[in-house]
Design a binder for this molecule. Sequence first.
Ligand code: SF4
Length: 356
Amino acid sequence: MTIKPTPQRLTAPRSLIAAGLAPPERLAELDAVAGRYAIGITAALAALIEPGDPADPIARQFVPDGRELVRDPAERDDPIGDDAMSPIHGLVHRYPDRVLIKLVAACAVYCRFCFRRERVGPGAGALSADEFAAALDYVRARPAIWEVILTGGDPMILSPRRIAEVTRALASIPHVKTLRWHSRLPVAAPERVTRAMARALIADGKTTVVAVHANHPRELTEAARAACRRLSDAGAMLVSQSVLLRGVNDDPETLTALMRAFVEARVKPYYLHHCDLAPGTAHWRVPIAKGQELMRLLRGRLSGLAIPTYVLDIPGGRGKIPVGPQWLAREEDGAYAATDPSGVEHVYVDRLGADD
Ligand code: SF4
């Protein structure tokens, strides 16, 4: 498969330092992390970073940190259990009606909290033609598969020609109704989301969904919003994916601005992920109780259109679950305690109609 390089992409500690994204005295620390995990920052995202500010929420997501080499005992190489649910190479079948196909293992940018960080990187390769054919055979043979999720890595780093081939191949399977592409490209390299790429994602009679990954409102630049508009104009449905990250978006103001920015870019807020137990990511994680409190505050201040679902992937491949907050609790007398967005409880009696 053809993977186009991104111009002016920074991939080495020395180039991060030369670009002013890290001070020279951190070279040894950055080199140590680079020996273990891939580095990549595109020109579009590097341009958003405030040089000299180590707390900059964009820099934190992409500039390596020595803490990545510290492993918490709870962390796992495969935190969401892809391998346990992978019947053939490159395909994950976790739920009856959908499969993931990992087309490529490379990305335009390498997020320091990546849940597949042990698998992704520039040398990690793409699905071969034979492996993709085997994945198609697997899907063709199972009429229950309604949705195919294209992921990786970032599958939209492929050329529009290759994306069109994948779209055509999947669209030829009658029971596959929905093609969902997971990508950071509209934010990481919006100039690469061309009209040709947008058209390549669309197939007559099928629904195309692009799940756009962004974690801070500054990522939704005018160029990123224009990329989303090109996808939407071509006929794709857009949904969001974000990770709740300490020091990046773990406050109500940033999350509010992020979710509004998504809607303004025609992207429906979909998932706010609790940060997975990938190796060396403990410094990113926010307690679940704090995540629930943030979601409660969002409910009180944001249009329902802009509210994502806060989700946790149960380790071992057991699936994704919404983790609250809880708004309704059953009381001993059979009534319910309903909590309003400001945290005040009210009694709700679930009275049945006269004919029930
Ligand atoms: S774009 Fe996705 S797959 Fe790639 S490094 Fe970031 S989180 Fe991981």
